[in-house]
Design a protein around this ligand. Structure first.
Ligand SMILES: Cc1cc2nc3c(=O)[nH]c(=O)nc-3n(C[C@H](O)[C@H](O)[C@H](O)COP(=O)(O)O)c2cc1C
Length: 188
């Protein structure tokens, strides 16, 4: 698959087969994140990798009320929690670049996984305090997002089918709505 096909075919995966992810595959995924660009090359991201199925199932029950919708992570062979140390990144124009750095790195992991047929899904619906407590993450570290990683299951679950029916699906805005050339408003 070339890069363009890889990017265009990627979609969120919420239903996982029983197939395990090998240590070699996991290493390719983690390396893709490690090689990401970051502001001033500060590499503020930190990751927690869950590989123990029982721990994953337990973790899925400890991501807070808001995380109930993301209970499907319980069926993934691997879950990665993307954290960051904001102090190790750059603040410019009042913007916190730790979020950008970590998002780029995590997305690289997801694309590397997809290149091997491994699906994932960005998740922000979790209670940071509860995730921090369960995983023993210190107060100065932010939990930016988390994702299950696993081979997609052919048969989609009810929740995935439900998600497809509203805006949270894979629909995209037209280019005309999101791209402007030369200036914000072009006066004719
Ligand atoms: C920052 C972020 C947070 C997200 N949080 C969730 C989430 O908590 N639960 C979920 O099922 N999907 C979540 N998603 C996945 C989006 O719903 C999905 O990416 C979007 O609908 C586009 O679909 P696609 O990824 O299949 O192209 C999140 C995506 C991003 C980028």
């Amino acid at each position: 698959m070339d890069l363009s096909d890889l990017i265009l075919s990627r979609h969120s995966v919420r239903d996982f087969s029983e197939e395990a992810i090998t240590d070699e595959e996991l290493d390719i995924i983690l390396e893709a994140g490690r090689q990401a660009p970051s502001a001033q090359n500060k590499q503020c991201w930190r990751y927690i990798v869950l590989k123990d199925r029982e721990n994953i199932k337990k973790f899925a029950r400890h991501i807070g009320l808001v995380g109930t919708v993301n209970f499907f992570i319980a069926n993934a062979p691997v879950v990665i929690i993307a954290c960051a140390d904001p102090k190790k990144s750059v603040k410019m124009n009042g913007q916190e670049y730790y979020l950008v750095d970590t998002a780029i790195s995590f997305q690289q992991m997801m694309l590397a996984g997809w290149g091997m047929g491994i699906g994932s899904c960005w998740l922000a619906a979790f209670n940071e305090k509860q995730v921090r407590k369960y995983l023993g993450i210190p107060e100065n570290i932010r939990v930016v997002g988390l994702s299950p990683f696993g081979y997609p299951r052919d048969k989609k679950g009810l929740y995935s089918k439900f998600l497809k029916t509203f805006a949270g699906s894979s629909k995209r805005m037209d280019k005309g709505q999101i791209i402007k050339y030369e200036r914000w408003e072009t006066k004719l």
